[in-house]
Design a protein around this ligand. Structure first.
Ligand SMILES: NC(=O)c1ccc[n+]([C@@H]2O[C@H](COP(=O)([O-])OP(=O)(O)OC[C@H]3O[C@@H](n4cnc5c(N)ncnc54)[C@H](O)[C@@H]3O)[C@@H](O)[C@H]2O)c1
Length: 278
């Protein structure tokens, strides 16, 4: 535990990566506003963390609710040091097989929610001296084409493009004390993937190293100590993703092999989990 710091906000913190990120921030000495669309999950997470956390129901698609969360943490902690845009939704399948409401949901939560959170954080941090740090949980899907997850990939590309452009805007405006760091993980073993083990469209989420939430939270801790615009996890998968993005034809030619290997991994994980639960 470090010395007391100002407030922090985490979106989508009721479970998965957000829950563990909220816990990390509390251990680093922040008072954490644990927010989630699901009020009960937010309350349970905050109760587990203890006196360093306050729960709040928050739908990141609503800019007014997001600004209200920023105002609330200032009321509680006297300021805002860190804002983590973590809330996310993944619905797999080819875009043309999905309902337009699925497209809208992913873009609104993953892209617009990140924009709302970043803007509320910057507005609030600029009102006080000392600046702050926005951490945007993106994905490797924001760096490369991901068949089976096209709209999700679009939403994460949007989140990264927005973050990098906004850092440039901040610096051009002479604002040097607010940082934005994007974390781009490979598949993470969280509830987001628990129901995807039988889903061929999500194979690429299992094509590399399936990360534990703890590994990703450690990366969040690292960027909090040393802001970094893009952190890919693992690093080699980030390099692979960038090659795929730079040469889409090569990427597409290799895709059937990559998907076949990923499906094998997906089945292996399913078998292992089944054997652990019987
Ligand atoms: N799990 C993965 O494989 C993986 C890989 C790369 C990136 N990510 C990203 O990591 C982040 C965390 O995902 P996770 O794996 O913990 O997923 P998760 O599904 O376990 O948790 C997501 C949380 O977001 C909340 N949420 C959903 N819609 C919301 C909304 N409109 N407003 C506020 N909260 C909302 C959910 O209630 C849930 O608690 C997401 O941005 C996700 O895209 C996940």
């Amino acid at each position: 535990m470090t010395a007391a710091r100002g407030g922090a906000v985490v979106t989508g913190a009721g479970r998965g990566l957000g829950k563990q990120t909220a816990d990390l921030l509390a251990r680093r000495g922040h008072h954490v506003l644990v927010t989630d669309l699901d009020a009960e999950l937010a309350a349970a997470t905050a109760a587990e963390i203890g006196s360093q956390a306050t729960p709040m129901a928050l739908d990141v698609r609503d800019a007014d609710q997001v600004q209200a969360a920023a105002d609330r943490i200032v009321e509680i902690a006297g300021g805002l040091d860190v804002w983590v845009n973590n809330a996310g939704v993944l619905i797999t399948g080819e875009a043309w097989t999905q309902d337009p409401s699925a497209h809208r949901l992913m873009l609104e939560v993953n892209a617009l929610g990140t924009i709302h959170g970043t803007v509320a954080a910057i507005t609030t941090m600029r009102k006080a001296a000392g600046g702050g740090h926005v951490v945007n949980i993106a994905s490797l899907a924001g760096l490369t084409p991901v068949p089976g997850e096209a709209v999700y990939a679009a939403s994460k590309h949007a989140a990264i493009g927005f973050s990098l452009s906004t850092v440039a805007d901040l610096r051009l405006a002479g604002i040097d004390d607010i940082d934005i760091s994007c974390i781009c993980p490979d598949g993470i073993w969280t509830p987001m993937l628990y129901d995807k083990l039988d889903d061929p469209a999500s194979a690429l989420s299992f094509s590399g190293k399936l990360l534990s939430p703890e590994e990703v939270v450690a990366a969040v801790g690292k960027v909090l100590d040393a802001p970094r615009e893009i952190t890919s996890l693992p690093k080699w998968r980030g390099a692979q993703a960038r090659v795929g993005a730079a040469s889409p034809r090569v990427g597409r030619a290799l895709m059937p092999l990559i998907i076949k290997a990923a499906r094998r991994k997906q089945r292996k994980i399913k078998d292992r989990i089944r054997s652990e639960t019987v």
